[in-house]
Design a protein around this ligand. Structure first.
Ligand code: MLT
Length: 404
């Protein structure tokens, strides 16, 4: 008999957001008359900006004619998109990142799950707690974690860096040396951000210890404060210790379109080997690129019209974030996040566990959020709401929550 990858069997239950979807589907089936407001998974609700729609239409038309038809995309992505990203996301901020250090992909979820493949099987990972579950689960699948302890909800051989109220939801440098450090700022799920000076400490640490930082910048578009970095490459020395993940999902509403990028500076080396060359090899072997029409849509994000329209869309969600934050605060909830993030992180009332509060909110207010404990043990007693609903639903959800 053939053998399966038994590491998969170690994973407890199903993926967090699949779990929630199942629970909500069961509730809806049993209560078809209830109107549910979904502020759980960070999925956007606003339509794609007109500049993006225009780019999609015109790219589709190009595909209809032999002279302008496009087949396989180049391994690393189309030059027009990589250059637009290099200029706008990096060089405009004074960061030394060139187009050929950017790998276009179909989204940051895949990249954040796949990137671990280029590291040794014995590499030790460090993650924030709470954390986006993909970083940990994909390392479990790869056999890089030990055993799961259901009591502590942690894996042996994984370094957890608690992010709690006591440290303002910003992790402290680990006591034990990790090989790979996953950081996400502004953070999913807590919505916390770190300043450039704080992030610099991580870059210095990684360079000193010979660790690599995988920096998830999926939420950078939501930053409102001055001293918060939009990319890890705003820190000195990041070119020799960091990989950055970028997403178009939250920045431009591409959750259903799919587009992302991984940035690997050519100075990032393990001995003589550049990680850029490994990721290029992987891309070439396992990936045929994001579709031409989608990459064209991505380039429209950086057009003059696109920039203005996208800024309006982000402002719309930021207003939702502020509304939830202020509304819950005035209702007596302890809340954080929201300022530089589309996520609002609240303490569950009356010492309810995260899942108890999930059920309570679903049943009493017909509002769906995400239980903090689903992101790790330090998330217990917390709950995440997203700002990605419509403004009307955001107001309605807030009223319902206040009234229970
Ligand atoms: C989330 O809700 O945490 C995110 O939407 C999940 C994702 O981006 O994959």
């Amino acid at each position: 008999m053939y053998k399966i990858n038994e590491n998969y069997l170690k994973l407890p239950g199903s993926y967090l957001f699949s779990n929630i979807a199942k629970k909500v589907a069961a509730y809806t089936a049993a209560n078809p008359d209830k109107s549910i407001i979904r502020l759980g998974i960070g999925d956007v609700t606003q339509p794609l900006a007109p500049a993006i729609i225009e780019a999609l239409h015109s790219a589709v038309d190009e595909m209809a004619h032999a002279e302008t038809f496009h087949g396989y995309a180049p391994d690393l992505g189309y030059e027009f998109l990589r250059s637009a990203m290099a200029e706008n996301d990096y060089q405009a901020l004074g960061c030394d990142i060139s187009a050929d250090e950017i790998f276009i992909s179909d989204g940051a979820k895949c990249d954040s799950g796949n990137i671990q493949e280029i590291f040794g099987p014995d590499s030790k990972i460090a993650v924030c707690d709470p954390v986006y579950p993909v970083y940990v689960d994909t390392n479990v699948m790869a056999g890089r974690t030990g055993t799961y302890n259901p009591d502590t909800e942690t894996w042996s051989d994984v370094i957890y860096m608690p992010c709690t109220e006591a440290n303002n939801f910003a992790p402290e440098l680990p006591k034990e040396r990790p090989d790979i450090i996953y950081l996400c700022f502004p953070n999913n799920p807590t919505g916390a951000a770190v300043t450039t000076d704080e992030l610099q400490k991580w870059v210095d640490y990684a360079n000193k210890e010979g660790s690599v930082i995988i920096y998830d910048a999926a939420y950078e578009a939501y930053i409102t404060e001055e001293n918060i970095p939009h990319t890890i490459f705003q820190c000195e020395g990041a070119r020799t210790c960091a990989i950055e993940l970028r997403s178009f999902s939250k920045k431009a509403g591409f959750t259903g379109v799919r587009l992302g990028a991984t940035v690997i500076p050519k100075d990032l080396k393990c001995g003589e080997v550049t990680l850029h060359s490994l990721w290029a090899r992987r891309h070439g072997t396992k990936y045929n690129g994001a579709p031409y029409i989608v990459q064209k849509a991505g380039a429209a994000v950086y057009s003059e019209a696109g920039k203005v329209q996208i800024a309006e869309q982000i402002a719309y969600y930021q207003k939702n974030a502020r509304t939830i934050f202020e509304g819950l605060k005035s209702a007596g909830y302890s809340v954080s996040g929201a300022v530089n993030s589309p996520y609002i992180w609240l303490k569950t009332p009356d010492k309810m566990t995260s899942w108890e509060f999930f059920d309570f909110l679903l049943e009493k207010a017909n509002v769906v959020g995400t239980p903090g404990s689903g992101f790790g043990p330090s998330g217990e007693g917390y709950f995440r709401l997203t700002a990605f609903g419509t403004y009307e639903n955001t107001i309605a959800a807030l009223e319902r929550i206040k009234n229970i």
